[in-house]
Design a protein around this ligand. Structure first.
Ligand code: SAH
Length: 351
């Protein structure tokens, strides 16, 4: 039975499912889930991410984390963590860039949080000696320095459409034989009470318990033991509208047509993350381009370009532009910093 067949059977027996349950099945089903069964990253895959575009991304994030660690008095030991590490490229670049920061490697314990066995195997090549976790909940109780790039957009969301003072949930049901979206009856929802002020009838808002649960763990570790987090993803300060999307071979596709074959994501609601991270404090939400420029990407790009031939330099210039330009990833992607009360925000970020 294909995943689509199994989902149709499940819906026929149990009724429509939430988008969150649909996303979880499509992404993480052990036999047929998108991440569980493949390495989707890179030009030959379905999408490409910042660390795969240029080593500069990981180098600058690594040095920003190391500076935050120095600013906090070089606590030892500490957890150097990344949820959703993909191919492990970001963590490998962080470790290379920080090799000469005195004491940093000796104090760092590298922890990766990864649901996909396929990607864990790829990560083990790039980051030998890491410790793997299924969830953030099992990270050690000690100072936490964490990066997350395009992790939160992969977490399941639910969608609600405003109807008067209540909300209808958008759920996945059957239309004939095809998977199709439907709406539940309207009901009031305490969790969305605060959204009655900034939405109108018919507006769609998205909620991700998986995202707020994950960031609550990060915030609790940082508030209790010190540390910092740099979270990079596409999204905005508040979620408004339908941002659920499917991508296959670098093209948008129908999210219900081929369950398990396409990457499913949603934009990140950064206000919800910042709120759930309390009592850790958060920085202002900052565009990726601005953040990387503050960290000195122009100087790093120049230094790297010096040793390159013409073809490599052309690729390098285009990668730099792709990471920072407002028409490319520079504005769409945002950065949120988390830090403990009494500490400064990580370099490149401010309150
Ligand atoms: N950070 C990487 C990869 C982003 S793709 C990069 O920038 O290249 C999303 C990553 O999150 C993949 O490694 C995927 O397997 C992982 N992932 C998705 N859902 C997850 C979950 N619920 N728990 C842990 N890892 C998850």
């Amino acid at each position: 039975m294909t995943l689509a067949d199994r989902l149709r059977t499940r819906i026929a027996m149990d009724g429509p499912m939430t988008l969150a349950d649909y996303m979880t099945a499509c992404l993480l089903d052990p036999a047929d889930g998108y991440y569980a069964t493949r390495d989707p990253l890179g030009a030959a895959g379905d999408f490409i991410t910042a660390p795969e575009i240029s080593q500069m991304f990981g180098e600058l994030l690594g040095l920003a984390l190391a500076q935050a660690w120095l600013d906090q008095g070089s606590p030892a030991p500490f957890t150097l963590a990344e949820p959703g590490p993909g191919r492990g490229t970001l963590m490998a670049d962080i470790l290379r860039a920080t090799a000469r920061v005195p004491g940093f490697h000796a104090a760092a314990q590298v922890h990766l949080i990864e649901a996909s066995p396929t990607l864990r195997a790829v990560q083990a090549q790039a980051v030998p000696g890491a410790v793997w976790h299924d969830t953030l909940a099992t990270l050690p109780d000690q100072p936490l320095f964490l990066v997350a790039n395009e992790f939160f957009d992969a977490l399941p969301i639910r969608q609600f459409q405003r109807d008067g003072d209540g909300w209808r949930e958008r759920v996945v049901g059957l239309s004939g034989d095809a998977l199709a979206l439907g709406l539940t009856d309207p009901a009031p929802l305490t969790r969305l009470a605060h959204r009655l002020d900034d939405t109108r009838d018919g507006d769609i808002v998205e909620l991700s318990s998986a995202a707020t649960d994950a960031v609550a763990i990060i915030g609790a570790r940082i508030a209790a033991h010190g540390g910092a987090a740099i979270i990079v993803d596409y999204g905005d300060w508040t979620s408004l509208g339908d941002t659920f999307q499917a991508v296959q071979a670098h093209q948008p596709v129908d999210p219900f047509a081929t369950p398990g074959q396409a990457d499913l994501t949603a934009h990140v609601d950064f206000a919800a993350l910042a709120h759930a991270a309390a009592p850790a404090r958060h920085s202002r939400l900052t565009p990726q381009g601005v953040f990387l420029e503050r960290l000195g990407i122009a100087q790093r790009a120049q230094a790297l370009a010096a040793g390159m031939d013409d073809a490599a330099r052309a690729r390098h210039i285009s990668a730099h532009r792709r990471l920072t330009h407002p028409d490319e990833m520079g504005d769409l992607f945002k950065v949120l910093g988390l830090f403990a009360d009494g500490a400064a925000p990580p370099p490149g970020l401010m309150t």
